[in-house]
Write a protein that binds this ligand. Structure first.
Ligand code: TYD
Ligand code: MG
Length: 490
């Protein structure tokens, strides 16, 4: 056993010159710029993440995971501490932006490395300029290093955001070594912002700037700085579609928290979502609106998403969703129309295509609603994205409503998970969802049968419990048929 372990160790980390040479001689490798998987041969498609054209040849003889060129020096002793010691409460600094505090779990933790990813132009630099201004106003040191924009451009933005009168220190630099040397000369700042990781490069890795090896090596150096000094380091990463430069996913595992800034083009609001957080919740969202003078916080997102709601049109259902601890009400719009095509169209915005197919199959198999020769379009209003299974019932309601041309009751919300057997399953926090709906002026909810009996609900709020999806179909389509029969009789 011990022999095996030793050989393994020698292979992974050659401790002598001979070993180092062996690795140095090895051919360069092909690394997927999207997910970081390493291949020996070039391929059109990454087998791991399925991305096309994302493999780039990189020299891995240096940088992260590679052998050192010179003889390995002896390490120095590190301190070992008992597990049972005092807990040092990770001290946080509030960002001064409520929605950002909510997403990070109460502010930035000292010494943490936080990655903020998002499409180019979504507002990452805007958010961080605003955060650094409020940090600075609270008396903390902030250093903002940009590798993308000139000082003039950053100042112009700061003016627009009303952040120009703060003591934030700026630099335009892309070299990791230059940044670290500069920072070593002064007291470590409370917050260091690197905009963006794709522009950073270190002499320690030989690959081109923006490649996986470079990005990883540079980020590693910045994280080391954060841990050594207690500075919170924010790393901005552009999400890349074409795989020409490494995406933020290749460093997700190295940082303490990963936040993604999302939004639909053509819509003004932006959602900050936690993907990973070592020091806080991972299911919270922060909602902002992009205005002419920067990002404004939206503390009640439901009002925003329901803002442009059409009055009692068929095919619209309001879903009472949940994001972390916060209920969010959104409108789901469906359009079902007879298809002239052999294979009808299925187009979805803001929801999962596979889940739509599932709901359509259940409607067909268990409710006798045939949509096989109909085009189906589904849209979540406002550009919001639903990831919860609880959205199933609202989607089903919108589909049935559109098919039979019967508008749903205007002041009603829907939620519940649909299973393949056609049963409607209970979802978490039903009470909280109903309460939010009541707060926004809704008067009834259609929901799964609750397991824990009736709870305290606002007076006058009507609850319809559904056990099978067929009941919902009968409820919506049935009243429609009655109506159409009445009109025939008249
Ligand atoms: P930016 O923060 O530069 O995006 P990122 O850093 O993610 O690439 O934001 C760019 C967009 O935001 C740009 O299209 C202009 C818009 N914007 C506003 O609408 N209002 C503002 O006050 C600012 C600063 C930007
Ligand atoms: Mg930017």
């Amino acid at each position: 056993m011990s022999i095996n372990q030793n050989t393994l160790l020698v292979r992974a980390f050659p401790a002598n010159e001979q070993g180092a040479k062996l690795v140095a001689k090895a051919r360069s490798q092909f690394i997927c710029q999207n997910c970081g998987t390493v291949f020996n041969r070039w391929n059109g498609k990454c087998d791991s993440c399925g991305e096309w054209n994302s493999l780039v040849e990189e020299n891995t003889a240096s940088g992260i995971g590679a052998s050192p060129k010179t003889k390995v020096q002896k390490g120095h002793a590190i301190s070992l501490v008992p597990l049972s010691g005092e807990i040092e409460e990770a001290p946080r600094i509030s960002t001064g932006i409520g929605e950002l505090d909510r997403v990070t779990g109460g502010g930035f933790v000292r010494g943490a490395a936080i990655l903020i990813g998002g499409d180019p132009g979504i507002g990452k630099s805007t958010l961080l300029t605003q955060a650094s201004a409020s940090f600075s106003r609270a008396g903390h040191d902030v250093v903002y290093v940009s590798g993308e924009e000139a000082i003039g451009q950053i100042r112009l933005r700061a003016k627009r955001l009303d952040a120009a009168d703060t003591n934030v220190l700026l630099a335009t630099e892309t070299s990791v070594e230059n940044v670290l040397t500069t920072l070593e000369l002064r007291k470590p700042p409370a917050l260091l912002i690197i905009d963006s990781i794709q522009t950073l490069w270190t002499a320690g890795a030989e690959s081109a700037p923006g490649s996986v090896t470079q990005v990883r090596a540079s980020v590693q150096a910045m994280i080391r700085y954060a841990k050594n000094t207690g500075t919170t380091v924010i790393l901005v990463g552009h999400v890349t579609k074409d795989g020409q430069i490494a995406g933020p996913r290749v460093v997700e595992h190295m940082v303490d928290a990963v936040l993604y800034f999302e939004g639909e083009r053509g819509h003004h609001f932006r959602i900050l979502r936690t993907v990973k957080n070592r020091f806080g919740p991972t299911d919270e969202i922060g909602v902002f609106e992009m205005t002419g003078s920067g990002l404004q916080e939206i503390s009640n997102p439901s009002e925003l998403f329901l803002n442009e709601r059409a009055v009692s049109a068929p095919g619209a259902a309001v879903f009472a969703g949940l994001e972390g601890t916060r209920p969010v009400l959104v409108e789901i719009q469906a359009l079902v129309a007879p298809s002239p095509l052999g294979t009808p169209r299925r187009a979805v915005v803001g929801w999962d295509t596979a889940r739509l197919s599932m709901v359509l199959a259940v409607l067909e198999a268990h409710c006798g609603i045939r949509l096989g020769s109909h085009d189906v379009y589904l849209n979540v209003a406002g550009g919001y994205r639903i990831s919860e299974p609880a959205g199933d019932m609202a989607v089903a309601a919108a589909l049935i409503s559109s098919l039979c041309g019967n508008a749903l009751p205007q002041r009603s919300v829907y939620f519940g998970e649909v299973s393949l057997s056609g049963a409607v399953r209970a979802v978490t926090q039903a009470e909280l969802r109903a309460k939010e709906a009541a707060k926004l002026g809704f008067t009834s909810a259609v929901k799964p049968k609750s397991l824990s009996g009736k709870k305290q609900l606002p007076a006058g709020f009507e609850v319809t419990e559904i056990e099978e999806l067929a009941e919902l179909a009968a409820k919506i389509a049935g009243s429609h048929y009655q109506l159409s029969q009445q009109s025939k009789e008249n």
